[in-house]
Design a binder for this molecule. Structure first.
Ligand SMILES: *Cc1c(COP(=O)(O)O)cnc(C)c1O
Length: 223
């Protein structure tokens, strides 16, 4: 499809990989390309650059953009998830990264038996981004497992303000809990704070603007 976009994404992925390496991470740190608000050509470009999954935030956008076709890449849902959106996402999404409450566990268990999930941690008690308080995470992991969900790991989002270093305490606390729970996947770090996340032992960074450039506002491209 778009050769210039393909070449750009390959080049920028290389730069992201170099940032990961300089921060002390290896090839085992996965890069999840965040394609929200970009067209399906961004998903294809990421796929052709060798990435095997994309991250999406908005349920309506996922259905409009990715509904109705099998894709050669997996779709990770990384946005705040309303229980009434699970049904429409079920045929499309492979991993739900933002499971943060028992009601969502119950809905997933009903609509997507055995769903692969990450529990989203609110490590600093910040509001507005979703996430389960750190102290409640072990119980939510147990609840999800008892409901038959496949809990792959934990996910967290750093604070919006304060620069990359502001994310470090929350990343460190999330990593410690992840070790204690002996899970496989730790999803933390975005374009602005991926070095801190790598230093704190993430296994997956979620990167949007570093790969695709500045984002148009949500919903302007697909709706
Ligand atoms: C948008 C988003 C990202 C990617 O953000 P960038 O700063 O563009 O890398 C990662 N994770 C979540 C949860 C997001 O909403």
């Amino acid at each position: 499809m778009s050769a210039p976009l393909d070449a750009l994404v390959v080049e920028r992925l290389q730069q992201v990989r170099e940032r990961i390496t300089r921060a002390g991470g290896g090839a085992d740190v996965a890069v999840l390309p965040v394609t929200k608000t970009f067209g399906v050509e961004a998903c294809w470009a990421a796929h052709r650059a060798g990435l095997t999954a994309v991250g999406e935030n908005y349920a309506q956008e996922v259905v409009a953009k990715l509904g109705g076709a099998p894709w050669p890449f997996a779709v990770h849902f990384i946005g705040q998830l309303q229980t009434n959106k699970v049904r429409m996402l079920a045929p499309i999404v492979s991993v739900y990264e933002t499971v943060d409450r028992p009601s969502l566990v119950r809905e997933l268990a009903t609509r997507v038996p055995g769903a692969r999930v990450l529990v989203q941690v609110s490590a600093m008690g910040e509001s507005g981004k979703g996430g389960c308080p750190l102290l409640d995470v072990p119980a939510l992991v147990d609840t999800a497992r008892a409901a038959g969900l496949d809990v792959l790991g934990l996910m967290t989002v750093g604070p919006t303000d304060g620069g990359p270093e502001a994310a470090r305490p929350g990343f460190r606390a999330t990593r410690a809990l992840w070790e204690r729970l002996q899970l496989a996947v730790l999803s933390m770090g975005m374009t602005d704070d991926l070095e801190v996340a790598v230093q704190e032992g993430t296994t997956q960074v979620r990167v949007g603007s570093a790969l695709f450039g500045p984002r148009p506002p949500a919903g302007t491209l697909v709706r």
